[in-house]
Each structure stands twice: as C-alpha cells, then as structure tokens.
Design a protein around this ligand. Structure first.
Ligand SMILES: Nc1ncnc2c1ncn2[C@@H]1O[C@H](COP(=O)(O)OP(=O)(O)OP(=O)(O)O)[C@@H](O)[C@H]1O
Length: 620
C-alpha cells in the first residue's frame, strides 16, 4: 500500500487574533497588563532569592517614558537561550518545574505565574514590548534585548558587555494608539497600588520628574505588632475603612495555615442584601487577584467583607477569580467555621455586640437560618420577633411563656394580640416573611419548648365565660345578633375579656376565610369550575364575633334590645361587626363595604331622629 504522506507542519499563530481573544474574552479590562508585569517581576525576584536569599528585592516602575512605561526588577533575569524558550514561545513558562510540563503544583508553590501567557496581556496596551535582561544564573552570559511586536515578529540581540551592570530585567512598553490611556502616569500609579498593595518586595513608581511613590504597605496590617489588643482592633478597623469605606461593626481574624491564608473579615455596619454580596479581596502571594471574590465565604456569611492573602489557592487563567476546586471549598468551610466561632463567642461573652449585630443583620440572618442548621442553632434564640411582650428575642420570650403561640398573618396578630396578652397568652407575630417557619423550629434548638399555631378557638377558649344569669338576660340581644351575623357566615358568643374598651372582636383565620370564599365562588360558578373548586373544599370553621360583656356599650345594648325596635338592634349589631372587621385589618370585600356604609348611615339616621324627638319634646 502506498501512502501519500505530506510533511509535518507546525501551527502558525496569528498574534493579533490571540491578543484580541485575551483582551475581549479572558481579561475584564486592559488594566491587567500592569498586574502581569509586576507579577513577572515578583516571580523573577522569588526565583533569584532561591539562588541567593540575600539578593536585593526591588521593583521600579517608571512612567512618562516616551508615552510608555518601564518595569525593572532585580530578579533572576534571562539568558539568550531562556529568551528563546520562554519569551518567544507562547504558553511556555519557566515556572512549572524542571520539565516545564503541566505539573502546575511546582509553580504554585513559589510563583504567581504559571500559564506562560501573561506577557501577551501587554500587547493589549502596547505595540511593542522590549525586554532587556541579564541572568543571575549565568552571570558571565551577555545581557540580551528581546523586542516583540504585536504583528507577531520579534528580534533578539546581544548587548555589549557592561551595558547592564546588575542581573535583572527591564521591560519597556511602547503604547498602542488605543491603549495609551492605560499607560498615563496617574493611572499607572493607581493600578500599581490597586494590584500591588500587599506585594512582599518593595515596589516604587517613579515619574518623569523623579518623584517616587511607594506602592506597597507591608507587612499587611494583620501581621504587624501592636502595643495592645485595642490598638490592633483600631488599626484593623482603620484598614477596613480605607479599603471598603465603612467602619466595621467588628473584625474577625482569619488564619488557615493549610493554604497559607491570613487576613481579616470585616463585619458590615449596615444591612446587606443576601443576593448583593459584598466583594471579598483575595491576594495571591500579595498580588490582588480579585476584589469581587464572593466564592471565598459561604453564602450565609454575606454580612462580612474579607481581605485575605493566600499562597495555596489557585487562580483561573485570567487571574481574576479563584479556581473552584476542593481546596477552595475547604477554605470556604473553614472561613464559615471561623465566623460561626465569632458568633458563638459573641453569644457567650459580648451580648451587647451580638444585639447590635442582629439589629443590623437579623432579616438576612433569618433568611439564611432556614437553610443552615448550624446558623439556626446558633442564632435562633437571639433573633428578635414581634410578640405580645414587644419585640424580644425568642429565647427570652420562650422563658416566660411555656407555650409559644404563633399567628399565621400580621392581621391575625394585630387582631388578637392585645386580647391574648390580657388573657395571659404569649403570641408571636408569624406574619412576616420567615418568622412563623423559624418560630416553629424553636423546639429543635431549645428542647422542651412548645410552639403551636394560634387559632381563633384557642383565643376564645381563654376568654372568661359570662355567668349564666347574665347570659340569659342577654338572650334576646344575642338571638338578634346571631340572626344578623349569620348573613356573614359568622357565629356570635358573649365573653368577658380585657381590655374593657373593646366592645367586639372578630376571630377568624385566613384559611377559613379562603374556604368560605371558595364556597361562595363555587356557588356562582359554571359546572367545570364548580367541580374544581368543590374538589378543593374542606369544611371550614366559621368566623366568630365575640362580644365583650365587660364593655358598657354591649351591656346597654343587651339591655335596650329587649325593648328597642328590632331595626335599631340590627343596625347596632351590624355596626359592631363592621368595627370588629376594621380592627381585624383584613381586606374588605364589596359586601363588607356595603355593610359599613349601611350601618353608619343607619346610626346617623337614628341619631338625627333622636335629636328631632328631643327638640320636639323640648318645644312642647
Ligand atoms: N521580569 C522577568 N524576569 C525574568 N523572566 C521573565 C520576566 N518576565 C517574563 N519572564 C519569563 O517569561 C516567561 C513567560 O512569561 P509570561 O508572563 O508570559 O508567563 P508566566 O509568568 O510564566 O505565566 P502566566 O501566564 O501565568 O503569567 C516566564 O515564565 C519567565 O520565564
């Protein structure tokens, strides 16, 4: 068999196309070019210090150099052979261990770079990159100059002996027309500070006039020595204010030796929305990787913003986010654990601060406690709820009420709270989002406590019955009242309860009301709908209009009902029902509006009639 074998070809790379790909799809902004340059300089110094721990470690960025910049380091430098191998080959990196293969763990141990594409980012802002380098590994080798252009061509030349006195590398960028703004002196200093504030080697920006500005402020504030714990707390709080522009409620030290992570979690002083997470700042070996790393902390810990420096977490290729792997998951758990410890510490020894924390973040904590058992366990007893004792923590409330009753709606709470409180019942308003669900989980956290839904029967069962003689005396009035209330599917009962000023109370629950509404609809619906509505129906308790026998008006009405005309008694009962309805704050239906209107007009008519009669009598 003959084969028509063609010679092997090497891929050709269109550098412009590659740079466009990086700038539009990998990096969020052209500004990352400076991070890549500083990072190469840091890595080069790290490599040199592996050879000579006493070697100088200095990075100097000069601005206003013919519209571009230079970045000079005292790092390990490159020989001519290195330049061919590493600079001129995209994807090749000197930071991956001896074989230059894909064992990235070797690179991660010491260096920030690993992918061999960082330098390309400079082509987003520069037309030409010049690298002048002298190797520290081979001090006798001549210094070299590599000039790479954005059209994909490059040239190398050896420099005369003595032209570069010390080992190290200087990179010069000649701006592109569209990228020049990123190389302006003010912008460069700002970017250097943004990315390099925690770099471990000295970084200085020098402008055209020779003015020097220090970029980094190391060691990080959490690693410095302080005279007292208070001085340390103040320094950390001041740092939080400078970085995040808020005075933190408290600061939490973070230290996870496994991934060389240290830093601080700053507790937000104002409410945060769980879906709008605060950005955590993650530095990798000092270099800022991201200021939006939400993935660093568990979802429930949205009330902190962290600044950390780590050696062991992996960056993505864009180096703008953390690589989501098991290590990151473990770090997230460890930070979560640390924040829980802080909360436990507060609960044990600083209740004033815990209260301040919950004052600000209770809503958000409630939202998350539903899904996070540990958080629920820790904070449920301390969370504030609206109750018949005012707004108190659940723990405090449960201590004074053996049975914690919880309403389903805000309106139910408003309706029964004063009466239930007077009858000695402890009721929590379960109408706000999450509250009822959380209160029902109290027995999980506080074994032995009892929580029950508050139904109308519980309230009426706790009201004092009136004595039989009084009930008998009021019988004609009650019979009339029942006849009227029956039109609204409501039962009537006579009880004695506090406060005396409330003549009548309507106890009803939302489900029963829906059930009655369904029955109403199904009565007027066509066959199909009647079938569907009917299949949903179940027997619902009727609402109860409870008249207060202690109230003077009710007593008077019971009295006059025996003699007064039926119409007046009816209007009075409708008015009482209407007023109880308004007090219950439930939504009014058209029939309710009509009733309120009718009873008001009716009473007005009686009042004017009575006035007329009185006038007539006076005139006679
Ligand atoms: N300032 C420097 N001093 C010495 N060597 C350098 C310097 N800058 C770049 N290099 C060499 O050029 C290689 C390629 O650099 P480049 O920035 O493209 O990739 P990298 O830093 O290895 O990886 P990454 O893409 O993750 O940044 C480096 O591995 C290093 O060998």
């Amino acid at each position: 068999m003959t084969t028509d074998q063609q010679p092997e070809h090497a891929f050709q790379v269109d550098l412009r196309g590659l740079v466009d790909l990086l700038s539009h799809h990998l990096y969020s902004s052209p500004r990352v070019y400076l991070r890549e340059l500083m990072q190469n300089a840091v890595d080069a110094i790290t490599a040199r210090r592996l050879l000579d721990p006493a070697a100088e470690a200095r990075i100097t960025i000069r601005t206003g150099v013919g519209g571009g910049i230079t970045v000079a380091d005292t790092g390990v430098g490159l020989t001519e052979a290195d330049v061919h191998t590493f600079l001129a080959t995209i994807g090749r990196s000197s930071k991956r261990g001896a074989d230059g293969g894909l064992d990235l763990s070797a690179a991660r141990a010491d260096f920030i770079g690993q992918f061999g594409i960082g330098l390309l980012a400079c082509f987003v802002v520069a037309d030409e990159i010049t690298v002048v380098s002298r190797s520290a590994r081979e001090p006798g080798a001549p210094a070299v100059e590599w000039r790479g252009r954005s059209d994909g061509t490059y040239g190398i030349r050896r420099l005369p002996a003595g032209s570069v006195p010390e080992p190290g590398t200087t990179v010069t960028l000649t701006p592109r027309a569209e990228g020049s703004e990123w190389l302006e002196p003010g912008r460069v200093l700002q970017l250097a500070r943004h990315f390099g504030s925690l770099l471990r080697y000295d970084v200085t920006v020098v402008d055209r006039d020779g003015t020097e500005s220090r970029v980094n402020d190391t060691p990080p504030v959490w690693e410095r020595q302080y005279g007292s714990p208070l001085a340390r707390r103040e320094a950390l709080a001041g740092y939080g204010k400078a970085v995040f522009d808020f005075a933190p409620l408290d600061t939490i030290d973070l230290d996870i030796p496994l991934v060389g992570l240290k830093g601080v979690a700053f507790v937000l002083p104002t409410p945060a929305h769980p879906t709008r997470r605060s950005g955590n700042r993650v530095h990798l070996k000092g270099m800022l990787l991201s200021d939006q790393a939400t993935e660093l902390v568990p979802d429930w810990a949205f009330f902190v913003a962290c600044v950390v420096d780590t050696t062991g977490l992996r960056p993505t290729a864009s180096r703008e986010a953390l690589y989501e792997d098991e290590t990151l998951a473990a770090v997230r758990d460890a930070i979560g654990e640390r924040i829980r410890e802080w909360l436990t510490g507060l609960a044990a020894s600083d209740l004033a601060l815990l209260r301040r924390f919950l004052d600000v973040h209770h809503l958000a904590v409630k939202a998350l406690a539903r899904y996070d058992d540990k958080l629920l366990q820790l904070l449920l007893p301390w969370l504030p709820f609206e109750t018949t004792d005012g707004t108190v923590s659940l723990d405090e409330f449960a201590r004074s009420h053996p049975v914690v009753l919880v309403t389903q709606t805000v309106e139910e709470f408003r309706q029964v709270a004063p009466i239930a409180a007077a009858a000695g019942l402890g009721v929590v308003n379960g109408g706000y989002v999450y509250d009822r669900e959380l209160v029902h989980r109290l027995p999980e956290v506080r074994p032995g406590s009892t929580v029950a839904d508050l139904d109308p029967e519980t309230v009426s069962a706790h009201l004092d019955a009136v004595d039989p003689a009084a009930e008998l005396a009021a019988a004609p009035f009650l019979a009339r009242a029942r006849a009227v209330a029956d039109r609204f599917e409501t039962d009537v009962a006579l009880r004695s309860f506090q406060p005396v000023g409330v003549p009548a109370m309507l106890v009803d629950n939302r489900e029963a009301r829906h059930e009655r509404r369904r029955a109403e609809l199904s009565a007027g619906a066509d066959e199909l709908w009647a079938g569907i509505l009917g299949s949903l129906s179940s027997s619902a308790p009727r609402a109860q209009l409870i008249l207060n026998h202690l109230n003077p008006l009710i007593r008077k009405l019971a009295d006059v009902s025996r003699t007064a005309d039926a119409q007046l008694a009816e209007t009075a009962i409708e008015a009482l029902y209407g007023q109880a309805l308004l007090l219950s704050r439930r939504p009014l239906r058209p029939a309710d509006h009509a009733l309120l209107n009718r009873s008001f007009m009716g009473l007005l008519e009686y009042a004017t009639q009575a006035a007329g009669t009185a006038q007539g009598e006076a005139g006679a």
